[in-house]
Design a binder for this molecule. Structure first.
Ligand SMILES: Cc1cc2nc3c(=O)[nH]c(=O)nc-3n(C[C@H](O)[C@H](O)[C@H](O)COP(=O)(O)O)c2cc1C
Length: 213
């Protein structure tokens, strides 16, 4: 399936086939798609926790306000953002330098910019949400292309999740994504606003437009 079709076919599924597992090869393929997403300065702060075991999913369901799909879907992937990724950022510049993408001067500049900017917890938080969201979208598009269904969720208690699944303080839960093969009973894809409602075409400086008030 091509990207255009996957983007248009994706929908949030509530009903999954609990007897059809997602193989570890497919799980790897999903995370491989997620890690292709862009991130500011290529910080790559998104991390992924796959909850697969049935008992573990039952516990996760109780943390997710009893949403049944958390137990029904064979895997629930929790996207985390590392709020301290600015501290490990030199590892990224070393890898990009070793790959011959840029030189030491630019690497030093990036490290200084990243450490200066993202030592501010608010900016680290916002970036973790942005990057985690892009990674989640890639993951869901890839899953759709592979014939899987997904559901992004923020309906869970992030503090309880971290306590229960032994996640360190500096990781921010960004999304929970149920993944599995769809079963009968799902809603079709929901409606969307029209392009005209969403898009200002040919915006010009200081010219009023649909979003000026
Ligand atoms: C940030 C975010 C949080 C969401 N949280 C939940 C959730 O906790 N439970 C749920 O059933 N769906 C959740 N959804 C799914 C939305 O309800 C769904 O994407 C929306 O209704 C549009 O439907 P579609 O994805 O089928 O096109 C969430 C979606 C987003 C983007």
């Amino acid at each position: 399936m091509d990207a255009h079709t996957a983007i248009h076919q994706r929908y949030s599924a509530n009903v999954y086939d609990p007897d059809r597992p997602v193989s570890s090869e497919i799980l790897d393929q999903l995370i491989d798609a997620a890690r292709q997403a862009p991130s500011a300065y290529n910080m790559q702060q998104s991390r992924f926790v796959a909850v697969q075991d049935l008992e573990a999913r039952r516990v996760l369901r109780s943390i997710a306000y009893d949403q049944a799909k958390v137990e029904m879907a064979p895997v629930v992937i929790v996207v985390l953002g590392d709020l301290q990724s600015h501290l490990t950022f030199p590892e990224i510049t070393r890898a990009d330098q070793a790959a011959g993408i840029y030189d030491q001067g630019l690497a030093d500049y990036f490290v200084q910019a990243v450490q200066g900017t993202y030592s501010d917890p608010r900016r680290a938080h916002d970036e973790a949400i942005r990057s985690g969201s892009l990674a989640a979208m890639n993951l869901m598009t890839e899953a759709t292309a592979l014939g899987l269904a997904t559901s992004p969720m923020i309906g869970f208690d992030p503090i309880k999740f971290k306590e229960t699944f032994a996640i360190a303080e500096h990781y921010l839960p960004v999304f929970m994504i149920a993944v599995g093969y769809p079963a009968a009973g799902n809603w079709p894809k929901k409606t969307r606003r029209s392009l005209d409602e969403l898009l200002v075409r040919d915006a010009r400086p200081h010219q009023k437009n649909a979003f000026s008030q």
